[in-house]
Design a protein around this ligand. Sequence first.
Ligand code: SF4
Length: 368
Amino acid sequence: MPPSFLACANGFSIDGGEGRAQKGWVNATALRDKLADWFLACGRDLPWRGTRDPYAVLVSEMMLQQTQVAAVVPYFVRWMQRFPTVAKLAAAGEEEVLGAWAGLGYYARARSLHRAAKLVLEQHGGGIPGEREAVEALPGVGRYTAGAVLSFAFDQPVAAVDANIARVLARLFNVRMAVDSARGQARIWSLAEDLLPGDGGRLHNSALMELGALVCLPRQPRCEECPVRAHCAAPDPQKLPIKKPRRKVVEMEENCVWDFNRRGVMLELQEGRRWKGMWKLPMLERRGAGAPVLEDEYPFTHHRVKLRVYAQRCAGGGGARRISLARLAVLPMVAAHGRAVHRLLSVAGRGGGGRGAAAEALRGAATV
Ligand code: SF4
């Protein structure tokens, strides 16, 4: 049986909403019920919420990691049309998979999903398993994603703590430790597990997550509209959750070559772990001669990268190859480099010589 009352931060006074609460305790049963009622009335109709297909849930969860819901929706719909089953995804080539992920960022997730599909086909006959251990053994699947698949697809009472839920719980229970520390994480997960209903996790986890997305917002929580306000222990919600100090942003430089002719653009296939299988403009070890033809900046983990592109001949070698414009349209590219190529081709197109087709060919090109 799930507990009916949960302890929140020491000595904080809570109104349980049912006249049963004590000082420092939250009425979990009433909280769960109000949350569920609110979600049924106000939850958004997202494409992955209409399915219990574990594969579709896994795809949506992988896409949603570090990416906004609005950005994911069209990708999810297209992905499910292109790879509607585990078997279809497992049979696809890596370039096709990376191309379909293009623009979502963090390509490691697409590769993990691809590997997971192959593994599910080999070891589970094409059906995503419904046991925690087996789901967590899939590439790219951690505690949160496993919890999401088990609760959303299999309706198991399993916790799934993402950033939204962590924020909601930290406020509801006035958690006074950094939620991204090991101790803070343990506390939040333990609260999430205690708050689970006895059976069915789908509605409960969806509701908690949606509360974080729509009401218990990071900077300006809408407490006056909150369905569980009476159960909330946060004395000053905007100051929660507490987080560890941010890492300092490190400045970096990338100097690249722009070498374009009627046979195409010189690009370089990446081999390192992070960008494996992706394409970038060929790198220079130092700044090129003269002024760059393009400058841009982009964030990368805790780095800020200054990208400079110089028009000069690329000697080739390594992973550098000339890529035809037709192929560019389906090539998975690192986002900032894809943008740079797009802009430079547009400029080349304006210069005439039939190169307007260049920009056209690249429209919608695969980038990360
Ligand atoms: S009352 Fe405010 S801080 Fe508390 S859960 Fe609701 S929105 Fe979040």
